[in-house]
Design a protein around this ligand. Sequence first.
Ligand code: CP
Ligand code: NVA
Length: 296
Amino acid sequence: MSRDFLSIKDLTRNEIEELFGFAAGLKLSRKTHDKPLNNKTLGLVFEKPSNRTRVSFEVGMFELGGNTIYLGSDEIKLGKREAIKDAARVLSRYLDAMVIRTFSHDRLLEMAQHSSVPVINGLTDLLHPCQALSDLFTIKEKKGLKDITLAFVGDGNNVLNSLLYGCSKLGVKINIACPKGYEPNKDILKNAGAFAKLFGSALDAVEGADIVYTDVWASMGQEKEQKKRSRIFKPFQVNSKLLSLAKRNAVVMHCLPAHRGEEITDDVLDSRQSIVIDQAENRLHLQKAILVKLLQ
Ligand code: CP
Ligand code: NVA
Protein backbone atom coordinates (compact mmCIF):
# COMPACT_ATOMS: atom_id res chain seq x y z
CA MET A 1 0.00 0.00 0.00
CA SER A 2 1.32 3.50 -0.75
CA ARG A 3 2.11 5.91 2.10
CA ASP A 4 -1.21 7.77 1.94
CA PHE A 5 -4.81 6.66 1.41
CA LEU A 6 -6.25 9.34 -0.86
CA SER A 7 -8.21 7.32 -3.41
CA ILE A 8 -9.27 3.72 -4.08
CA LYS A 9 -7.66 4.28 -7.47
CA ASP A 10 -4.25 3.86 -5.79
CA LEU A 11 -5.03 0.39 -4.36
CA THR A 12 -4.60 -2.90 -6.20
CA ARG A 13 -7.30 -5.55 -6.04
CA ASN A 14 -4.98 -7.65 -3.88
CA GLU A 15 -4.46 -4.78 -1.45
CA ILE A 16 -8.23 -4.29 -1.18
CA GLU A 17 -8.81 -7.99 -0.55
CA GLU A 18 -6.06 -8.00 2.06
CA LEU A 19 -7.67 -5.01 3.81
CA PHE A 20 -11.06 -6.75 3.79
CA GLY A 21 -9.58 -9.88 5.36
CA PHE A 22 -7.80 -7.84 7.98
CA ALA A 23 -10.93 -5.77 8.76
CA ALA A 24 -13.01 -8.95 9.13
CA GLY A 25 -10.48 -10.24 11.67
CA LEU A 26 -10.49 -6.98 13.62
CA LYS A 27 -14.29 -7.01 13.63
CA LEU A 28 -14.40 -10.55 15.06
CA SER A 29 -11.80 -9.83 17.71
CA ARG A 30 -12.92 -6.27 18.51
CA LYS A 31 -12.62 -6.61 22.28
CA THR A 32 -9.59 -8.84 22.40
CA HIS A 33 -7.21 -7.90 19.57
CA ASP A 34 -3.75 -6.35 20.12
CA LYS A 35 -3.21 -2.63 20.39
CA PRO A 36 -0.51 -2.13 17.76
CA LEU A 37 -0.82 1.66 17.58
CA ASN A 38 0.30 2.29 21.14
CA ASN A 39 1.84 5.80 21.41
CA LYS A 40 0.64 6.86 17.94
CA THR A 41 -1.45 9.99 17.47
CA LEU A 42 -3.86 10.58 14.59
CA GLY A 43 -4.90 14.16 13.73
CA LEU A 44 -8.39 14.77 12.36
CA VAL A 45 -8.32 17.96 10.30
CA PHE A 46 -11.98 18.50 9.45
CA GLU A 47 -13.27 21.50 7.51
CA LYS A 48 -16.78 19.99 7.27
CA PRO A 49 -18.98 18.42 9.96
CA SER A 50 -19.00 14.67 10.62
CA ASN A 51 -20.50 11.97 12.77
CA ARG A 52 -19.45 8.59 11.34
CA THR A 53 -16.02 9.50 9.97
CA ARG A 54 -14.88 11.37 13.06
CA VAL A 55 -16.27 8.95 15.63
CA SER A 56 -15.18 5.80 13.81
CA PHE A 57 -11.61 7.10 13.45
CA GLU A 58 -11.50 8.25 17.07
CA VAL A 59 -12.90 5.00 18.46
CA GLY A 60 -10.78 3.00 16.03
CA MET A 61 -7.55 4.65 17.18
CA PHE A 62 -8.58 4.17 20.82
CA GLU A 63 -9.28 0.46 20.26
CA LEU A 64 -5.87 0.09 18.61
CA GLY A 65 -4.12 1.72 21.56
CA GLY A 66 -3.50 5.16 20.01
CA ASN A 67 -4.78 8.72 20.49
CA THR A 68 -6.51 11.32 18.34
CA ILE A 69 -6.67 15.10 18.17
CA TYR A 70 -9.70 16.67 16.49
CA LEU A 71 -8.97 19.92 14.66
CA GLY A 72 -12.23 21.44 13.41
CA SER A 73 -12.77 24.26 10.95
CA ASP A 74 -12.18 26.96 13.56
CA GLU A 75 -8.82 25.60 14.66
CA ILE A 76 -6.27 25.33 11.88
CA LYS A 77 -8.02 27.43 9.24
CA LEU A 78 -5.96 25.88 6.45
CA GLY A 79 -4.75 28.46 3.97
CA LYS A 80 -6.24 31.33 5.97
CA ARG A 81 -4.34 31.44 9.23
CA GLU A 82 -1.30 29.90 7.58
CA ALA A 83 -0.31 28.37 4.25
CA ILE A 84 -1.44 24.79 3.73
CA LYS A 85 2.14 23.66 3.29
CA ASP A 86 3.25 25.22 6.58
CA ALA A 87 0.40 23.58 8.48
CA ALA A 88 1.21 20.23 6.82
CA ARG A 89 4.91 20.41 7.68
CA VAL A 90 4.31 21.42 11.30
CA LEU A 91 1.55 18.85 11.93
CA SER A 92 3.86 16.16 10.54
CA ARG A 93 6.28 16.84 13.41
CA TYR A 94 3.58 16.20 16.03
CA LEU A 95 1.35 13.54 14.50
CA ASP A 96 1.85 10.03 13.17
CA ALA A 97 -0.90 10.39 10.54
CA MET A 98 -3.74 12.72 9.57
CA VAL A 99 -7.28 12.35 8.29
CA ILE A 100 -8.31 15.36 6.19
CA ARG A 101 -11.93 16.25 5.41
CA THR A 102 -12.13 19.25 3.15
CA PHE A 103 -13.71 20.91 0.12
CA SER A 104 -11.65 20.82 -3.09
CA HIS A 105 -9.63 17.67 -3.69
CA ASP A 106 -6.62 19.90 -4.43
CA ARG A 107 -6.52 21.01 -0.80
CA LEU A 108 -6.15 17.38 0.26
CA LEU A 109 -3.45 16.76 -2.37
CA GLU A 110 -1.52 19.84 -1.18
CA MET A 111 -1.65 18.62 2.43
CA ALA A 112 -0.45 15.17 1.35
CA GLN A 113 2.33 16.63 -0.79
CA HIS A 114 3.80 18.60 2.11
CA SER A 115 3.18 16.08 4.90
CA SER A 116 5.85 13.62 5.88
CA VAL A 117 3.33 11.33 7.62
CA PRO A 118 0.48 9.33 6.03
CA VAL A 119 -2.59 11.31 4.99
CA ILE A 120 -6.03 9.68 4.77
CA ASN A 121 -8.84 11.17 2.70
CA GLY A 122 -11.80 11.64 5.08
CA LEU A 123 -13.95 13.12 2.23
CA THR A 124 -13.43 15.81 -0.38
CA ASP A 125 -15.87 17.26 -2.90
CA LEU A 126 -14.51 14.70 -5.38
CA LEU A 127 -14.03 11.48 -3.40
CA HIS A 128 -15.00 9.61 -0.23
CA PRO A 129 -12.76 6.53 -0.39
CA CYS A 130 -13.11 5.33 3.24
CA GLN A 131 -16.88 5.24 2.70
CA ALA A 132 -16.84 3.37 -0.61
CA LEU A 133 -14.20 0.87 0.48
CA SER A 134 -16.06 0.07 3.65
CA ASP A 135 -19.32 -0.18 1.66
CA LEU A 136 -17.75 -2.79 -0.59
CA PHE A 137 -16.62 -4.64 2.54
CA THR A 138 -20.27 -4.56 3.71
CA ILE A 139 -21.48 -5.78 0.30
CA LYS A 140 -18.96 -8.63 0.49
CA GLU A 141 -20.33 -9.61 3.92
CA LYS A 142 -23.98 -9.45 2.89
CA LYS A 143 -23.96 -10.63 -0.73
CA GLY A 144 -20.46 -11.66 -1.76
CA LEU A 145 -18.85 -9.80 -4.63
CA LYS A 146 -19.49 -12.22 -7.49
CA ASP A 147 -22.14 -11.43 -10.13
CA ILE A 148 -23.54 -8.53 -8.17
CA THR A 149 -25.15 -5.35 -9.53
CA LEU A 150 -25.28 -2.16 -7.51
CA ALA A 151 -27.72 0.54 -8.63
CA PHE A 152 -26.78 4.06 -7.56
CA VAL A 153 -29.66 6.52 -7.84
CA GLY A 154 -29.24 10.25 -7.26
CA ASP A 155 -26.37 12.70 -7.39
CA GLY A 156 -23.10 11.89 -9.18
CA ASN A 157 -21.12 12.95 -6.13
CA ASN A 158 -18.01 12.05 -4.10
CA VAL A 159 -19.51 8.80 -2.81
CA LEU A 160 -20.47 7.62 -6.30
CA ASN A 161 -17.05 8.59 -7.72
CA SER A 162 -15.33 6.46 -5.09
CA LEU A 163 -17.81 3.60 -5.56
CA LEU A 164 -16.96 3.67 -9.27
CA TYR A 165 -13.27 3.16 -8.51
CA GLY A 166 -14.04 0.43 -5.98
CA CYS A 167 -16.63 -1.45 -8.04
CA SER A 168 -14.43 -1.53 -11.13
CA LYS A 169 -11.42 -2.79 -9.11
CA LEU A 170 -13.51 -5.61 -7.64
CA GLY A 171 -15.60 -6.47 -10.69
CA VAL A 172 -18.94 -5.25 -9.31
CA LYS A 173 -21.37 -3.91 -11.93
CA ILE A 174 -22.74 -0.47 -11.18
CA ASN A 175 -25.89 0.95 -12.80
CA ILE A 176 -26.18 4.71 -12.41
CA ALA A 177 -29.23 6.98 -12.65
CA CYS A 178 -28.58 10.70 -12.19
CA PRO A 179 -30.41 13.75 -13.52
CA LYS A 180 -28.84 15.28 -16.63
CA GLY A 181 -25.95 17.52 -15.61
CA TYR A 182 -25.43 15.71 -12.30
CA GLU A 183 -23.50 12.69 -13.56
CA PRO A 184 -20.32 11.46 -11.84
CA ASN A 185 -16.87 12.72 -12.81
CA LYS A 186 -16.32 11.96 -16.53
CA ASP A 187 -12.78 10.59 -16.20
CA ILE A 188 -13.70 8.36 -13.28
CA LEU A 189 -16.71 7.03 -15.18
CA LYS A 190 -14.50 6.33 -18.19
CA ASN A 191 -11.97 4.61 -15.97
CA ALA A 192 -14.69 2.23 -14.70
CA GLY A 193 -15.15 1.02 -18.30
CA ALA A 194 -17.70 -1.72 -18.87
CA PHE A 195 -18.45 -2.09 -15.14
CA ALA A 196 -20.41 1.18 -15.10
CA LYS A 197 -23.55 1.95 -17.10
CA LEU A 198 -25.51 5.20 -17.14
CA PHE A 199 -29.33 4.94 -17.31
CA GLY A 200 -31.83 7.60 -18.25
CA SER A 201 -34.28 6.66 -15.51
CA ALA A 202 -34.05 5.36 -11.95
CA LEU A 203 -36.51 2.57 -12.85
CA ASP A 204 -34.24 1.14 -15.54
CA ALA A 205 -31.14 1.38 -13.32
CA VAL A 206 -32.74 -0.41 -10.38
CA GLU A 207 -34.41 -3.23 -12.33
CA GLY A 208 -32.96 -6.55 -11.14
CA ALA A 209 -30.30 -4.91 -8.93
CA ASP A 210 -28.88 -6.61 -5.82
CA ILE A 211 -28.14 -3.34 -4.04
CA VAL A 212 -29.91 0.02 -4.26
CA TYR A 213 -27.68 2.86 -3.05
CA THR A 214 -28.45 6.54 -2.68
CA ASP A 215 -27.00 9.64 -1.03
CA VAL A 216 -28.14 13.20 -0.36
CA TRP A 217 -29.06 15.39 -3.32
CA ALA A 218 -27.09 18.37 -2.00
CA SER A 219 -23.74 17.51 -0.43
CA MET A 220 -21.92 19.54 2.22
CA GLY A 221 -20.99 22.86 0.62
CA GLN A 222 -23.98 22.76 -1.78
CA GLU A 223 -26.60 23.83 0.76
CA LYS A 224 -27.57 26.87 -1.33
CA GLU A 225 -28.61 24.59 -4.20
CA GLN A 226 -30.84 22.48 -1.95
CA LYS A 227 -34.17 23.87 -3.20
CA LYS A 228 -33.32 23.72 -6.87
CA ARG A 229 -31.89 20.23 -6.53
CA SER A 230 -34.98 18.98 -4.67
CA ARG A 231 -37.06 19.84 -7.74
CA ILE A 232 -34.65 18.34 -10.26
CA PHE A 233 -33.97 15.14 -8.33
CA LYS A 234 -37.59 14.26 -7.47
CA PRO A 235 -37.83 11.38 -10.01
CA PHE A 236 -34.69 9.91 -8.41
CA GLN A 237 -36.16 9.27 -4.96
CA VAL A 238 -35.59 5.78 -3.53
CA ASN A 239 -39.08 4.77 -2.38
CA SER A 240 -40.90 1.46 -2.04
CA LYS A 241 -42.21 1.59 -5.60
CA LEU A 242 -38.69 1.96 -6.99
CA LEU A 243 -37.29 -0.67 -4.64
CA SER A 244 -39.92 -3.19 -5.77
CA LEU A 245 -38.18 -3.27 -9.17
CA ALA A 246 -34.93 -4.55 -7.67
CA LYS A 247 -34.35 -8.22 -6.79
CA ARG A 248 -36.68 -9.45 -4.06
CA ASN A 249 -33.77 -9.89 -1.67
CA ALA A 250 -32.08 -6.60 -2.65
CA VAL A 251 -30.53 -4.48 0.11
CA VAL A 252 -30.67 -0.71 0.50
CA MET A 253 -27.56 1.31 1.27
CA HIS A 254 -26.98 4.96 2.15
CA CYS A 255 -23.74 6.44 3.47
CA LEU A 256 -25.73 8.65 5.87
CA PRO A 257 -26.60 11.28 6.98
CA ALA A 258 -29.89 10.88 5.09
CA HIS A 259 -32.41 13.57 4.29
CA ARG A 260 -35.50 11.51 5.04
CA GLY A 261 -38.35 12.20 2.63
CA GLU A 262 -35.99 13.56 -0.03
CA GLU A 263 -33.59 11.06 -1.61
CA ILE A 264 -35.04 8.19 0.45
CA THR A 265 -38.40 7.63 2.14
CA ASP A 266 -38.78 6.69 5.81
CA ASP A 267 -40.35 3.33 5.02
CA VAL A 268 -37.41 2.29 2.82
CA LEU A 269 -34.72 3.59 5.18
CA ASP A 270 -36.35 1.77 8.11
CA SER A 271 -37.30 -1.36 6.15
CA ARG A 272 -35.87 -4.84 6.69
CA GLN A 273 -34.02 -4.45 3.39
CA SER A 274 -32.08 -1.47 4.71
CA ILE A 275 -28.55 -2.26 5.90
CA VAL A 276 -27.49 1.33 6.58
CA ILE A 277 -26.62 0.84 10.26
CA ASP A 278 -24.45 -2.24 9.61
CA GLN A 279 -22.94 -0.21 6.79
CA ALA A 280 -22.10 2.64 9.18
CA GLU A 281 -20.61 0.22 11.74
CA ASN A 282 -18.25 -1.23 9.17
CA ARG A 283 -16.58 2.16 8.71
CA LEU A 284 -14.94 1.44 12.08
CA HIS A 285 -13.57 -1.99 11.22
CA LEU A 286 -12.36 -1.13 7.74
CA GLN A 287 -10.68 2.10 8.85
CA LYS A 288 -8.94 0.27 11.70
CA ALA A 289 -7.45 -2.03 9.05
CA ILE A 290 -6.30 1.00 7.03
CA LEU A 291 -4.78 2.63 10.12
CA VAL A 292 -2.77 -0.46 11.04
CA LYS A 293 -1.55 -0.91 7.44
CA LEU A 294 -0.41 2.71 7.20
CA LEU A 295 0.96 3.16 10.71
CA GLN A 296 2.42 -0.07 11.95
N1 CP B 1 -20.95 8.83 5.88
C1 CP B 1 -20.17 9.75 6.49
O1 CP B 1 -19.02 10.01 6.11
O2 CP B 1 -20.76 10.38 7.53
P1 CP B 1 -20.25 11.65 8.30
O3 CP B 1 -20.33 12.82 7.36
O4 CP B 1 -21.16 11.79 9.47
O5 CP B 1 -18.82 11.42 8.71
N1 NVA C 1 -22.11 13.33 -0.45
C1 NVA C 1 -22.17 13.64 0.96
C2 NVA C 1 -21.58 12.54 1.75
C3 NVA C 1 -21.62 12.74 3.24
C4 NVA C 1 -20.99 11.63 4.00
C5 NVA C 1 -21.46 14.95 1.22
O1 NVA C 1 -20.38 15.17 0.66
O2 NVA C 1 -21.99 15.77 1.96
